[in-house]
Design a protein around this ligand. Structure first.
Ligand code: IPM
Ligand code: MN
Length: 369
């Protein structure tokens, strides 16, 4: 087992500190289950985590009039890693852009922490082949891919941007450094996988994509052991449905990554299964599926994405690699045994609640430890 507790220069043991930001929609419900799983981990490893709770997004607007309050910034900056639920909902959609949960909350936090690499892995569980929207013959070939989404640039942050009654505009821009940095993440990751990077762009039309493609090609020279292919985003959207088994690492821009990673999330049959890690000055872990306001508060959301995000946190930020594998295994076993929330159940009658799903995963984790 990796050593978790770090020693400060005085030789005093320090407890790892995580910022917990449940946020909006289904965030608080699925976060509760992830924290149950963390409790099992604490019991089994005797490593205790200090958890500091903070507010973000719409609920922070309701409480403090600010989607990213100073207190939350402080909590994040003082923590070793951040575990986030989700932000946003129709209640706050009519606010001015910079005050909205997404822009003023999540995007501002990504910017503050310099989060530049968003890693979104998906696997189709054998027991869930049936609920994939794709044909069995495609899914059975095995789907195991990861999207490496550039998170700090593109039309999300490019200036100038603006909105008035007559006109709304954004600037899609990439510079060399930003592309180099994310390309390296993708190539490094591919080395621990099947060694294929598919770089997705729109270089037949967009200047920012032309630069993207050139820089990715240059970075690839440093990784002769990794196969590189380029694909236009429209084609990639199609290939993900036609032959998803082809992909290993998808390297792409912020906006294309946003869209394609939701598409990849649909392959296993539910958005509720997809975790993500955002790497930067400090790492943040969150489900990729969003706040799902339509099912919030009903105790029916799938906690798996949040639990797998916790596993990614333990692996990447705290080097608890074996623990992460155990959590993933527990999730897989629970699903295999038929414990399923509504989104992945065969029928509504067979579906269990968010909290029961969390309990089932905790129980499995205890059993296999
Ligand atoms: C995501 C989300 C965010 C994004 C929104 C909530 C700002 O869709 O993490 O994929 O567009 O990046
Ligand atoms: Mn998205």
């Amino acid at each position: 087992m990796a050593r978790i507790l770090s020693e400060n220069p005085q030789g005093v043991m320090v407890m790892p500190k995580i910022a917990v930001l449940p946020g909006d929609g289904i965030g608080p419900e699925v976060m509760r289950e992830a924290l149950k799983v963390l409790e099992v981990v604490e019991k089994k490893t005797s490593v205790m985590f200090e958890k500091v709770f903070g507010h973000i997004g719409g609920e922070a607007i309701d409480l403090f009039g600010d989607p990213l309050p100073e207190e939350t910034k402080k909590i994040c900056l003082e923590s070793d890693a951040i575990l986030l639920g989700s932000v946003g909902g129709p209640k706050w959609d009519d606010l001015p852009p910079q005050k909205r949960p997404e822009i003023g909350g999540l995007l501002a936090l990504r910017k503050m922490l310099n989060l530049y690499a968003n890693i979104r892995p998906i696997k189709v569980y054998k027991s869930l082949v049936k609920i994939s929207p794709l044909k069995d013959r495609i899914v059975e070939k095995g789907i195991d891919l990861v999207t490496v989404r550039e998170l700090s640039g593109d039309a999300y942050y490019g200036q100038p941007r603006g909105l008035d009654e007559e006109k709304g505009f954004d600037t899609m821009v990439y510079d060399r450094k930003t592309v180099e940095r994310i390309a390296k993440v993708a190539f490094e990751l591919a080395r621990n996988r099947r060694r294929r990077v598919t770089s997705v762009d729109k270089a037949n039309v967009l200047y920012s994509s032309m630069l993207w493609r050139n820089v990715v090609k240059e970075v690839a020279k440093g990784y002769p052991d990794v196969e590189l292919e380029h694909m236009y985003v429209d084609n990639a959207a199609m290939q993900l449905i036609l032959r998803p088994y082809h992909f290993d690492v998808i390297l792409t821009t912020n906006i294309f990554g946003d869209i394609l990673s939701d598409e990849t999330a649909a392959l296993p049959g539910s958005l509720g299964l997809l975790p993500s890690a955002s790497l930067g000055d400090k790492n943040l872990y969150e489900p990729a599926g969003g706040s799902a306001p339509d099912i919030a508060g009903k105790n029916i959301a799938n906690p798996v994405a949040q639990i797998l995000s916790l596993a990614m946190m333990l692996e990447i930020s705290f080097n608890m690699v074996e623990v992460a594998r155990k959590i993933e295994k527990a999730v897989e076993l629970a699903i295999e045994e038929g414990y399923r929330t509504r989104d992945i159940a065969e029928s509504e009658e067979k579906a269990i609640s968010t909290s029961k799903m969390g309990d089932a995963i905790c129980k499995k984790l205890e059993e296999i430890w």
